[in-house]
Structure formats: C-alpha cells, structure tokens
Ligand binder design. Structure first.
Ligand code: DLZ
Length: 156
C-alpha cells in the first residue's frame, strides 16, 4: 500500500467543522521538531475554520507522557484530541519501549473514551527523517494529524 500524504489537503473535501473543539497534546522532547508539528496542526485547524478559542493545548515532557496528557484533555469537552511527539532511535532499546507504550496507550484511549485520539507521533531512525516529516520535503505530520482529527470528530 502506498503511503498517504494528507499535508496537501483539499478544504472543500472536509466539510463544515467550525463548531468543533479540538485538544492538542504535544511533547517537549525534540521540541525543534514537535513545535513544527504543533504549528502545522494549529494552523490547519484555523484554516479549516475552527475558532482559536476552541483549541486547547497542553505541553508534556516526553512522548511517554502523551497518554496521560490526552486522558486529562478528555475532560476538557473536546471533540477530538491530537497527540504530537517525536521519538528518535538511539543506541539503546529505550526507543522501542517509548514507541510501544505511546502507541498502545493511545490505542487504549480510543477504545475507552468516546473521543477520537489521533496518533501524530514521529518514530524515526534519524533526526533527518523527523525534519523531513515536520515541515520538510515529506510534508508535516502535524497537518495530517489535524485533518484526521477533524474527519474523525465529524464522523462522531
Ligand atoms: C527518555 C527519552 C528518550 C531517550 N528519548 C525520547 C525521544 O526520542 N522522544 C521523546 O518524546 N521522549 C524521549 N524520552 C523521554 C520519555 O518520553 C519520557 O519523558 C521519560 O522517559 C520520562 O517518563
């Protein structure tokens, strides 16, 4: 299956989402990357017509903390939650523990909560791969996460 790049989305395909309330939880680790993911997500929600007062943001220390942050965000009367992080492979198996924990944690939130929780976490082997996906040559996964959040909130 080829990968889908939603960074170039068509606004007219998405429908009216101006009434939606969206939460964004993003992590400080690799903040040069995650701040770009956040900017991509936030700007996209505004472009889609969502009022900035209806976007609530939490910053958490690392990707591991995204699950707790998203669970707290679910009490803020939001229609969808976007989780943004960046895990870059190091010399130890820490990468695998964090990636497994955050992906399983977000999956569990999707089962337990009646709110879609979007997985916008880069899990890359190199910093260059993360740069390419956070406003570089392969788009910005923050934009894609925002489009996905809106689509899922409208589905609900
Ligand atoms: C400890 C750690 C490491 C080594 N690498 C990353 C990373 O690449 N990306 C990321 O978001 N967080 C990393 N962390 C921090 C963990 O996510 C977490 O904040 C700590 O283990 C404390 O729970």
């Amino acid at each position: 299956m080829s990968s889908q790049n939603l960074s170039n989305f068509n606004k007219s395909d998405i429908g009216d989402c101006s009434h939606l309330k969206i939460g964004i939880v993003y992590s400080s680790w690799n903040s040069d990357i995650t701040d770009n993911l956040y900017d991509g997500a936030f700007t996209t929600l505004i472009e889609l017509g969502i009022n900035k007062e209806n976007i609530t943001s939490f910053k958490v220390p690392g990707s591991f903390e995204l699950v707790y942050g998203a669970n707290k965000m679910s009490n803020k009367n939001v229609d969808a939650i976007i989780c943004l992080g960046c895990v870059i492979r190091g010399e130890t198996s820490h990468f695998d523990y964090i990636c497994n924990s955050v992906s399983n944690g977000i999956m569990n939130l999707n089962i337990e909560l009646d709110i879609p929780v979007i997985f916008g976490v880069l899990t890359d082997n190199t910093k260059q791969q993360s740069l390419d996906r956070s406003g570089g040559k392969l788009g910005n996964k923050g934009i894609e996460a925002a489009v996905t959040a809106v689509q899922m909130a409208l589905l609900k």
